[in-house]
Design a binder for this molecule. Structure first.
Ligand code: ADP
Ligand code: XUL
Length: 526
């Protein structure tokens, strides 16, 4: 039994920010006692990121700085230390990160991570451990050729999907590794270990190479879902000598190590356990309390995603969605859209609106938008695949601000509904998270399009909350006093019954509109 008052820290290194949630556990119940967030663009200006991404002349390339992520981690611990929390009670930590991004380390890394000096800043100590100064991230769409090559080498897209849960996708780590190995062979040869963002940050915390979990590992096009081990045909098809450069795999319920001397000495912290990190979507699954097939979550963050637990890996025959591992040891289905918050922001900014003005525009316009439709492909789109971005309008006046606001939101919510059908979930409640979940008017459109109740968390960041809950679960498992996943998610005190209900007349409008939208999409794709 955990001592009353034990603290669990959940971190989330997302596209745009690093966030933390601290849970206090007492008598089988747990509550969030602290939430913090550091947006990269504003807090770490010297990296020059926009929305967490480094500027690049090629719109298909999206990279970030691994050093920025570790600097954010250091800053976050210093901010936590300023809070009135008794961090002496910190029992376990876990984390989640944006999926697919990769970090390339040289053979000095194992020793370097072990001997980080607590008296010195982290960035100059981490720079010499990198064999590549930048990390490609999930918004990258530059690996089209590599995707086709990998698929061909393993016997086709379907074969790859049957084994790894997805056909080859541009942002997935395998195709990204192949492009790097080909374009920078010397730097690739100098790479001793390729981490995901999640396993990289866990490595920095434990002071040695941490494992990848099967949930985040299934975003690489390299992991066999049947055996939860690296799949040799995909590994061989991706890059030379890759097997030796991949991290170990471990369940997301395992302990990766203990907080290293760097963190303990620098911030006077105990030797807390560090549970294996995971991807942000799998972690959000737990944060939202989704542990059973039939439940559905939607994240309206930088990406828009729709996901739900699956007992067995049922791959999308249409090739749009993915099957990932889930932290419960089962699986999850997910469909991802790159034109999420950034597309909503583009519309907001091009008409000079605030979020309040954006919401008022939704209030002022009718469901169905008088027939006006938009395909909101401001940046290259993942679902459906759109390599050359460009916004398309049908029956929509480009100068009508309010109608364009409604059009972007209706398009996104319709696309979430259309492209999640392959999961076969009959949904009556949708659990929502992400920055745009703060916007009730957007959530009303979501409820109306799906004809389902929408439930929102009181805690802002479901991925960080999920990481804290996973830390609690892993700690109890490690103590041979395991909790069921139901007990973990039901024990959280801050699950509000706040529901937004669908308006049935609006849903009827959207059922008809979904067909027209699908038709518009098919025509635009040729
Ligand atoms: P990520 O976790 O992917 O880094 P977040 O989930 O933190 O991103 O979401 C950040 C986004 O939330 C911002 O880019 C912004 O567009 C959006 N957002 C914040 N407040 C609102 C609001 N009131 N209405 C709509 N979108 C919002
Ligand atoms: C998931 C995906 C994004 C990132 C960023 O496949 O690409 O949702 O995890 O949040």
């Amino acid at each position: 039994m955990t001592p009353d008052g034990a603290l669990y820290l959940g971190l989330d290194s997302s596209t745009q920010s690093l966030s933390a949630v601290v849970l206090e556990s007492s008598g089988g119940r747990h509550r969030v006692v602290c939430e913090l967030s550091l947006p990269f663009d504003q807090t770490l200006r010297h990296y020059g990121t926009r929305h967490g991404v480094l500027p690049n002349a090629d719109p298909a390339v999206a990279q970030a700085s691994p050093v920025m992520w570790v600097e954010a981690l250091d800053l976050l611990f210093s901010r936590l230390a300023e809070h009135k929390l008794d961090l002496g009670r910190l029992t376990a930590i876990s984390g989640s990160a944006q999926q697919h991004g990769s970090v390339y380390l040289n053979d000095a890394a194992a020793r370097g991570l072990e001997t980080l000096h607590p008296g010195r800043a982290l960035p100059p100590q981490v720079v010499p451990l990198l064999s590549r100064p930048v990390a490609p991230i999930w918004l990258d769409s530059s690996t089209r050729a590599e995707c086709r090559e990998i698929e061909t080498a393993v016997g086709g897209a379907d074969v790859l999907a049957q084994h790894t849960g997805s056909r080859a996708f541009e942002r997935f780590t395998g195709p990204q590794i192949r492009r790097f190995a080909r374009r920078e062979p010397a730097a690739y040869a100098a790479t001793d270990r390729i981490h995901l963002v999640s396993s990289f940050l866990a490595s920095v915390l434990v002071g040695g190479h941490a494992p990848v979990d099967p949930c985040d590992g299934s975003g690489m096009n390299l992991l066999d879902l049947a055996t939860l081990s690296w799949w040799p045909p995909a590994v061989d098809a991706t890059a030379p000598d890759l097997r030796a450069k991949l991290p170990a795999l471990a369940p997301s319920t395992a302990i990766a190590g203990r907080l290293s001397p760097y963190w303990r000495a620098r911030y006077r912290l105990p030797s807390a356990k560090v549970a294996v990190w995971s991807g942000d979507n799998p972690s959000s699954l737990i944060g939202l309390g989704l542990v059973r097939e039939g439940q559905l979550g939607v994240s309206l963050g930088t990406s828009d995603t729709v996901f739900g637990p699956m007992r067995a890996p049922r791959v999308d025959a249409g090739g749009k969605g993915h099957v990932f591992g889930a932290p419960t040891g089962e699986f999850m289905g997910i469909t991802v859209f790159s034109n999420g918050s950034l597309a909503r922001e583009r519309v907001r900014d091009s008409y000079g609106l605030t979020w309040e003005g954006f919401s008022r525009a939704l209030d002022a316009t009718p469901p169905g938008n008088g027939g006006g439709l938009m395909l909101p492909w401001f940046v290259p789109e993942i679902t459906p695949v759109v390599a050359a971005p460009g916004v398309r309008r049908q029956g929509l006046d480009e100068h009508d601000a309010a109608a364009n606001v409604r059009a972007v939101v209706e398009a996104q919510m319709t696309a979430l509904s259309l492209h999640s059908r392959w999961m076969g979930v009959a949904v009556d409640v949708i659990h929502v998270t992400g920055g745009a979940a703060a916007n009730r008017q957007i959530l009303q459109v979501l409820a109306d399009v799906f004809g389902a109740d929408v439930r929102c968390l009181e805690v802002g960041n479901a991925a960080a909350l999920g990481a804290a809950l996973r830390a609690l679960h892993a700690d109890r498992l490690d103590d041979r006093d395991p909790l069921t996943w139901d007990a973990v998610v039901d024990g959280l005190e801050q699950r509000t019954p706040d529901r937004i209900q669908p308006i049935h007349a609006h849903h009827a409008v959207y059922v008809a509109q979904r067909e027209r939208y699908g038709e518009f999409e098919r025509r635009a794709l040729g």
